[in-house]
Design a binder for this molecule. Sequence first.
Ligand code: TRP
Length: 457
Amino acid sequence: MSQQQAPERGHFGTALGFVLASAGSAIGLGNIWRFPYMAGESGGGAFVLIYLVFVLAIGVPVLFAELAVGRAAQRNPVGAYRILSGSRIWPWAGGLGVLTGFSILAFYSVVAGWTLGYLFRALTGAFHEPIDAAGSEALFLGLIGDPLQAIGLSALFLLLTVLVVRGGVQRGIERAARVLMPLFLLLLVLLAVRSLTLPGASEGLAFLFVFDFSEVTGGVVIAALGQALFSLSLGMGAILTYGSYLSKRENLPVAGATVALFDTGIALLAGLVIFPALFSAGLEPGAGAGLVFVVMPTLFEAMPAGTLFGIAFYALLAIAALTSTMSLLEVVVAWLVDERGWGRETAVWTLGAACFVLAVPSALSQGAVGFLSEGLPGGSWLDLQNILFGNYALAFGALLICLFVGWRWGTASALSEIEGVGHRLPAAALWGFLVRYVCPVAVVGVMAYLLITGQYD
Ligand code: TRP
């Protein structure tokens, strides 16, 4: 079974289904939680600019590389590297992706759990009381520092992920996302309007869009690179795996460009929601992983029907996170099913349970357990996981896929896969150049610079 094309291997029903699932994977906490948190810690405008350059010069080329490999091989990352390379070494690059996805899922589900915690609070009326910046901070610290809530909520979120992934690649969530994601976009636009009209909002705009290169360190550059990859779900084979469920008829150039455009647009929009409100409330941009959670209640406070907006925001954010965790879990499941011959059901439940165990230290690292909460490289255990897997492992994975496509499998083969029957990739020669030279040199350069300067985080 593992060598043959497994008959029950799923397929996306429609091109729209694929775009929605990939956009769903890309759009998530990475845009709303991680982007502002990284931008805030990395000094704002310069980070944003470098991030945008990386999205165009590395993210988009890697996106097409992953799609090509996935669709050509119709396999999970390990199997895809094996089939296309015919070697025993390359599958390890896929293995690294599987490990990275699993590790990201473990801390991601902790943050997603906080979203559920806020949703319950909004539903039970906790935000009826006036909340100022200090009150909002206390609320957040109370939630994340409570071991039972932090662990319980991440378990709940993992359970939701397991239940969805059990059913295979499409169905319910694909249909739900069709309605809910446009709604999320609309809500963000409304929130941005409110945020931008708050007193002091211009300070937030200046923070995001005025760049001061004196703030740029090696840590800022790797953070921007990691963020570009993380936000687009690249560097560990998630988009590769989704590509493997695509039929040859689909228009990859349009699908890939759509995903990149929406994902980046939503990150910037989230910045426009969060930073004006943050400065208006007198909060600190470098507040760390809790940034969004502390800022948002102060924004709802300043809105008519704030509680309703709050409920909608946390519910939609939780759903956006769910369409992302689905893709993370799906990669590991696909590997066990395709390569190891596991049943889908067994794989999903086993991985969900194992991931929960791995999530516990992250859940406890926000105040509940002292030695996990501070003093580690990057701060807490959760910060460390985020930097290690979200920045470094993804950058390394992106390097490997570029080397593979650029120098082993060949950009010509990849290009004919991307273009399929009559879907031209604009600037195809530039794409090949970026994959072969620019991405590898940039990633190796950033890593070497970090080693030399020692500014790891
Ligand atoms: N991109 C998602 C987000 O922005 C997170 C995510 C899903 C991811 N799948 C991934 C990140 C694969 C890296 C790799 O929230």
